[in-house]
Design a protein around this ligand. Structure first.
Ligand code: PEP
Ligand code: MN
Length: 346
């Protein structure tokens, strides 16, 4: 069960609800936002009687039974889409969000040139890894703090918001000083101590689907972050491992529609890691817009042949510009479809 308290409910009202939940034999899990408190009741007991009793208490806005194993992120709990504000832009609202940039931040010239080009082409956010999760310990591990500093410089020059990966709970505070959105890579989707630390962060989180993870596991990981206090989670489909070898991963494009049914959180698609081939990126990007994703995370590099990581799947700067132009009519249709939705019933 989830109990949403009214705006500015008093301490006494909140405590009374928690006591009542315990009397019915449930454990209390509360999330205290600045304005609103949401309380989860977890365990086994007489749900119907408990709900009735809670709804009658002062300060309670609604008390609902959630049948899914993920509670706070489920659409049953929150039927309207969650909109996440990032420096004046809202993801999950009526604007399609494009995040673009290199796999890794490599040098000042590389990141500046890319940032300017993607900003001019219409991107909203600059991506670039400073801490890189690499399969081999001998591969480039990222410029780390120097990479973060370069991202900040690029933000100052272009006004683009920054999204970059954080790999360990010990780095959350450091990366948060530079990033507007914290990216959690596929390999860390089930790093539970990291997820708990992200729950304590005030930055929005982009959580990538693990390469062998089910949709339910992705949602359970998002639930960790929300249950630990951070409601601002964006989900990302970046392809999963299958028997197919023509592409680096297999994009589970259906996951976007499935997730939109199951959760109120925004969902973006990463067509770069999903395909591993730059020639396939624009087609998959069109599919992402057409299926109603909330945004794209795309790899772009000024000279992919020289990229330290993921050159084969990185668009060249003119290719990114062209892709954005070609997506224009799709963005228009996307927006019309969003605006036509009935506010809380999608
Ligand atoms: C990346 O975005 O560069 C990355 C490492 O992605 P993933 O975690 O999806 O492999
Ligand atoms: Mn990459």
């Amino acid at each position: 069960m989830i109990i949403s308290m009214r705006l500015h409910a008093t301490r006494e009202e909140i405590d009374q609800v928690c006591d009542r939940i315990r009397e019915f034999g449930y454990k209390v899990h509360s999330i205290e936002g600045e304005e609103r408190v949401v309380i989860g009741a977890v365990g086994v007991g007489d749900v119907t009687a408990c709900l009735e009793s809670l709804e009658a208490l002062p300060g309670v806005e609604k008390a609902v039974r959630i049948s899914a194993p993920y509670k706070f992120v489920s659409r049953e709990f929150h039927p309207a889409r969650t909109q996440i504000r990032v420096n004046g832009h809202e993801i999950g609202g009526d604007r399609f969000m494009v995040m673009a940039g290199p796999c890794s931040v490599e040098s000042e010239t590389q990141i500046m040139e890319t940032a300017k080009a993607v900003a001019e082409a219409g991107a909203d956010m600059l991506r670039g890894g400073a801490f890189k999760p690499r399969t081999s310990p001998y591969d480039f591990q990222g410029l780390e703090v120097e990479g973060l500093r370069l991202l900040r410089k690029a933000k100052e020059a272009t006004g683009l918001s920054i999204i970059t990966e954080v790999m360990s709970d010990g780095d959350v505070d450091l990366v948060s000083e530079y990033a507007d959105v914290l990216q959690i890579g596929a390999r860390n989707m089930q790093n539970f101590s990291l997820l708990k630390a992200l729950g304590r962060s005030t930055r929005p989180i982009l959580l990538k689907r693990g390469m062998s993870s089910t949709i339910k596991e992705l949602l359970m990981s998002a639930e960790y972050i929300v249950a630990h206090g951070n409601p601002n989670v964006i989900l990302c489909e970046r392809g999963i491992r299958t028997f197919e070898t023509e592409t680096r991963n297999t994009c589970d494009i259906t996951a976007v529609a499935v997730l939109h049914e199951l959760t109120h959180l925004p969902v973006v698609v990463d067509p770069s890691h999903a395909t591993g081939k730059r020639s396939l990126v624009p087609a998959l990007a069109r599919a992402a817009v057409a299926i109603g994703a909330d945004g794209l995370l795309v790899e772009v590099h000024p000279c992919p042949e020289k990229a330290i990581s993921d050159g084969a799947q990185s668009l060249r700067l003119p290719q990114f510009r062209q892709m954005m132009q070609d997506l224009g009519p799709y963005f228009k249709l996307w927006k019309e479809a969003r605006l036509a939705e009935t506010p809380a019933a999608v």
